[in-house]
Design a binder for this molecule. Sequence first.
Ligand SMILES: [Zn+2]
Length: 217
Amino acid sequence: MMPQSPPYLPVLQLNADYTPNKVLRWERAVELLMMGKAVTCTPYPGRFVRSPSLAIPWPAVIVLCRYSKARGKVGLSARNVLARDGFTCQYCGLPPRLIGGAPDRSALTLDHVVPRAQAREGKVFLPWARRQVPVTSWENVVTACRSCNLRKADRTPAAAGMTLRTVPRVPTQADGLRIHLARYPEVPSEWEAWLPESWHTRDLPHSANGIPVLQAG
Ligand SMILES: [Zn+2]
């Protein structure tokens, strides 16, 4: 549940086929509703967006009237890499958690899988991608706990005798939404019916913040 009266309640946008595709600020959602480009699927009960001439139920979930092919790119950032990896070390599988279950970010670091020291002109060759990529890119940066990072040091996983649990990849659009959802301490209950069953995270062992562990590969 969301707190009773937060200043802003975010809105889940569904594409015209009812697949979840992004989280909007309420202002943008209301704009889409007013332009007739979307309709409300589920409102937040008892909440209204008011102007002098109008009060409309505060949308929790809206659906676009026309299918949108727009693909949002997920920006490469430390926070987003951790969220992609489910706040879980990609070498030992440890998901450090604070009391209460939220991820303990202070216990996690970012690791360049092929170390920077091996980069030529800022690029490294990734066997799993079979190509050169910038040393700092989605495909070469993973979440690692401090002890794994220390142990691996300036070596490739193979040279360090370590194994990556997943293949690091560029997030898909669905990943992007999950990464975005990781910002919310809890997903509003009004959204749950519209999110894939597998994202209902209560039963997942390593879920945190109501967000499932993301599996790359
Ligand atoms: Zn580890």
